[in-house]
Design a binder for this molecule. Structure first.
Ligand code: NAD
Length: 345
């Protein structure tokens, strides 16, 4: 298959690019190279004859028309987005532009291309979204694919809007769409402003490890390479018009997650004092959702997919990756906003 992957220089997109090339697919990576992008994430496949890169913005219809015409993809996997909740609190405009207008522009470009190619029913537009569109859970319950949308942050509201647009293009124009909503990812190449890399890098530097509020917010943690595998499974076997929730089956409070990372570092890089002593509680994010949890039955039962690692195994792999790839994360620490407290409202 020929895949057009948007956002392939980001965290999750690059994992999909690497895996898709490994599986023998032809891949076109379309990315605007925002602050969150890093082409080093795909350096392992950059010389492959199966890989090509297009520096373009998904809001640029002319560029999209040229890229669809040149590469003639069988499948679009749409991951390009503004993705950091804290940044969405400080500057929601970029989230509206990319996540809503960009998705609309990409849908229109895909629709024109699909028409020109004779409306092949083998074509797919796979939209990658988040469980945050479902809002916040109490102590019990899980999100299913039919949970009503209830987004709470500018980020999740913009992603919810993009999901609605994709469904509307499927229903109204017959575009063969499929959607996935996944839980929190972690793993190699995670940009150093997100929780897991922040904890690893603060602990390594011997600096206070910031934990929002009391650290009692619960997330379901999904290893990024498992997620990439799930996405390629859905792209190949998912039913048109259907959405699939993807989870790691690993619900943990933020505080427990931070303690797990500290314990791994105590083993890998002992300092004489437990790294957990660096944990520092800081004022919470405004509107911080309390709990997300995924019911993974549909993808497990219909597509026979389940995660391959537990959160403990995945965190150990992640910590080891950061220890072995210091030049990668050092280069990103100078980027705008990295290392600063954002999103206090
Ligand atoms: P990321 O921020 O690491 O990467 C996003 C990529 O998109 C970057 O390479 C960036 O340059 C590119 N991009 C941004 N705006 C663009 C534009 N206008 N045109 C073209 N490219 C643009 O994000 P991520 O964490 O890899 O997330 C990928 C997708 O998965 C997003 O849609 C996100 O909403 C979704 N998601 C992420 C998580 C998570 O835990 N990270 C969880 C659920 C869903």
């Amino acid at each position: 298959m020929k895949l057009l992957i948007t956002g392939g220089a980001g965290f999750i997109g690059s994992a999909v690019v690497r895996l898709a090339v490994k599986q023998g697919h032809q891949v076109v990576n379309l990315d605007a190279l925002t602050y969150a992008a890093c082409l080093d994430n795909v350096s392992s496949v950059a010389d492959s004859p199966l890989y090509s890169f297009e520096h373009a913005n998904i809001c640029d219809r002319e560029a999209l028309t040229r890229i669809f015409g040149t590469h003639r993809p069988d499948l679009v996997m749409h991951l390009a987005a503004e993705s950091h909740v804290d940044r969405s609190i400080d500057g929601p405009g970029a989230f509206i532009d990319t996540n809503i207008t960009g998705t609309y522009t990409l849908l229109e470009a895909a629709r024109s291309y699909w028409h020109a190619e004779g409306r092949l029913d083998t074509f797919r537009f796979h939209h990658i979204s988040t469980d945050e569109v479902f809002g916040s859970l109490g102590a019990t319950g899980q999100f299913t694919e039919t949970t009503p949308y209830d987004p709470r942050s500018p980020y999740s509201a913009s992603k919810a809007a993009s999901d609605h647009l994709v469904r509307a293009w499927g229903e109204t124009y017959g575009l063969p769409v499929v959607l996935t909503n996944c839980s929190n990812n972690y793993g190699p190449y995670h940009f150093p402003e997100k929780l897991v890399p922040v904890v690893i890098l603060k602990a390594l530097a011997g600096e206070p490890i910031p934990v929002y509020g009391k650290g009692d917010n619960v997330r379901d943690w999904l290893y990024v390479e498992d997620h990439a595998d799930a996405l390629l499974t859905v792209a190949a076997k998912g039913e048109v018009g259907r959405s699939y929730n993807i989870g790691g089956e690993n619900e943990v409070t933020n505080l427990d997650l931070v303690k797990m990372i500290c314990a791994i570092l105590d083993d890998r890089r002992p300092t004489g004092a437990p790294h957990a002593e660096l944990i520092t509680f800081v004022p919470d994010r405004p509107g911080h959702d309390m709990r997300y949890a995924i019911d993974p039955s549909r993808i497990r039962d219909e597509l026979s997919w389940k995660p391959s690692v537990t959160v403990r195994q995945g965190l150990a792999l992640t910590v080891d990756w950061y220890l072995m790839n210091e030049p990668w994360w050092r280069a990103l620490q100078n980027r705008e906003g990295v290392g600063q407290r954002l999103g206090q409202g």
